[in-house]
Write a protein that binds this ligand. Sequence first.
Ligand code: GUE
Length: 285
Amino acid sequence: MTAQLIDGLALSKSIRAEVATRAAALTAKGCKPGLAVVIVGDDPASHVYVRNKVKACADAGLHSVLEKYEATFTEAELLARIDALNNDPTIHGILVQMPLPKHIDPHKVIEAITTSKDVDGYSTLSAGELMTQLPGFRPCTPYGCMKLIESTGFDLRGKHAVVIGRSNTVGKPMALLLLQANATVTVCHSATPDIGQHTRQADVVVAAVGRRNMLTADMVKPGAVVIDVGINRNDDGKLCGDVDFDGVKEVAGWITPVPGGVGPMTIAMLLVNTLESAERSLKSV
Ligand SMILES: Nc1nc(=O)c2c([nH]1)NC[C@@H]1CN(c3ccc(C(=O)N[C@@H](CCC(=O)O)C(=O)O)cc3)C=[N+]21
C-alpha cells in the first residue's frame, strides 16, 4: 500500500471532543445545544443512522429528541411537528431523516424547517447561502469531506478536484466547497462518457455515486487524494464505498476507508452545525 489512510473515525472523535467542550461552555451559560431528529417509516438502515446521531449527541453533551412516526404519518402531521420544533427554544437543529415515505413531499418538508435550524443544510435558502458564501449551514457530508482533505495538509489552491456525482446533498455542494477553497473543479456524472479521462488528471477525487468499485486504480493519478462517499453493500453484505479500495490504495497518496471515513464525519459535522446554531442563537438575543 502506498496511500496513507485518512482516518475519519479518529478525526470525527477529535471534532466531537471539541464540540463537547464548547457545548459545556454554552450549557453553563444556560443554553444547552439541542437537536431534533425526526424519522418517518420503518426503513431499518435509517433507524440505525438516527440512533447513531442521537447517541453522538448524548456523548457530546447535547440535548436531543428523537421523534419516530409510523409510515402512515401524513405530510400535514409532519409539517405541524416541524412548526412546533421551529418554535421550540430548546431545539437549535432539526433533521428530518431521508428518504421519507412516498406520500410525503421531501421538498415541502425541508422548506418548512426554519433556515436558522437547518443543520442538514438541505433547504434552498441554505443552498443559496453556500453558493453566495453567506454563513448558512453547510451540508454535513461535503463539509466533512472538506475536513478530511484538510486533515492531510493538502492545499487545494490551484489543484484539480474531480467530483463524481451531482446530487443536491453531496455532489453539488461538494463542488461549491472545493471551488471556495480555490480548486479547479470538474463535476462528472452519469452522462459523462469517460469519467477516467477526468479523474486521471485529478489531484483530488471525491466519489459520490452509490455504485461499488466505480473508481478503479487505472482511473487515479499517482499520489491523488481519494475521498469515498459511497455507501454500498458487497455480495457478502459488507459495507463498502464507491472506490475499489484494494486497487486504488496502491496508487493514491491518501484514501478514506469505508466504513470509518466519510460516514462518521457526517455525524460529527451535524453536531458542529447544531452547536454553531446554538452559539448563534445566544448572539442574536
Ligand atoms: N436528513 C438526512 N441527513 C443525513 O445526513 C442523512 C440522511 N438524511 N439520510 C441518510 C444519509 C446517510 N447518512 C449517514 C451518516 C453516517 C453514516 C456512518 O456513520 N457510517 C459508518 C458506518 C455505519 C454502519 O456500519 O452502517 C461509517 O461509514 O463508518 C452513514 C450514513 C446520513 N444521511
